[in-house]
Design a protein around this ligand. Sequence first.
Ligand SMILES: *Cc1c(COP(=O)(O)O)cnc(C)c1O
Length: 388
Amino acid sequence: MSSRESAGFGTRAIHAGQVPDPSTGAIMTPIYQTSTYAQSAPGQHKGHEYSRVTNPTRAALEGNLASLEGAEHAVCFASGVAGIDAILKGLRPGDHIVTTDDLYGGTFRLFRQVFEPFGLRFSFVDMTDLAAVDEAIQPGATKLMWIETPTNPLMRLCDIEALVDRANADGIDVAVDNTFASPYLQQPLALGADLVLHSATKYLGGHSDLIGGVVCTSDDDWHENLRFQLKSSGAVPGPMDSFLTLRGTKTLHLRMQRHCENARAVAAFLDDHPKVADVLYPGLPSHPGHEIAKKQMSDFGGMISFSLVDDALDKAVEVMTHTNIFTLAESLGGVESLIEHPASMTHASIPAEERQRIGLHDSLIRLSVGVEEEEDLIADLDGALQHV
Ligand SMILES: *Cc1c(COP(=O)(O)O)cnc(C)c1O
């Protein structure tokens, strides 16, 4: 496998971590739907003892994802938030974390409502502002920097290299939630991060048919700790979901190319539309993070947010209820295009004043641009925008 492992991204997406099944030659990794494994004598086994600890389908997926992120190790979890949970359990009460104020809602809830009561301390700052990050760091106490880029739903770009430099100066580890970009567009470990988190539910799986998560790292201590947390707390993905994710990553490079192409065309259309106010897409030269995106991403992704000239919630609802191809739903990263309203759906748990403060407008609409035909997607949005 070594030549396959050092091959280009698209080749590794299809082959890394996998060999034809040794007993049957099956080209696809089987769904090893088993909890336990026969031993010939106590402790004599073929590498697996119990499926909470390891499972061959999951192991193939971990090999695949480690390769795609350029990591030594990948540890798969039952969901993205289970992966975040495992990372934070590697910290201790009193430890301090610096993170962004424009964070995925589920991550925000886990930080505030689960880990703060257990004694972890968080500072939520605008991570596009390095001076604000600097001010938030508590030397000696800050143990982790948690970065999300591009952010959700405001599509802000955080400069991973600059943040890593700042963190390293104080011995702080850096984790990057790379869900929005996928490893095809952005490789945080190569930029100096210690940990990469994905909700595999999104682009890695890519077909809106599973919930999963993964943490990638080349740090042996973090790897050992993550394995320990997985074994001890047990948030393991089942073999069927591992198989589906593995099937998804085989087309990750193809899907991402089309997501980016379609999003570029949709963003240009929206940017020219008289009823649209701001278009938040890092591929537009007017985007404040455009230069950072060009530096750390190989393309600009499939996510777009936009607000209306008439910034009212009911106008946004008119748009979202008049699309035929874009489906009104939470989540993102699947082959099908989705439309949603952060203020009342994914980000409703953020108080209204806080939403205003960070610029999350009532009319803000988020698109996950799928891989359908570009002309159809534009015609769909054009028709819906005629209702405002
Ligand atoms: C969806 C998502 C998560 C959480 O992942 P789940 O698989 O839903 O648990 C974390 N971060 C980002 C950016 C996400 O979009």
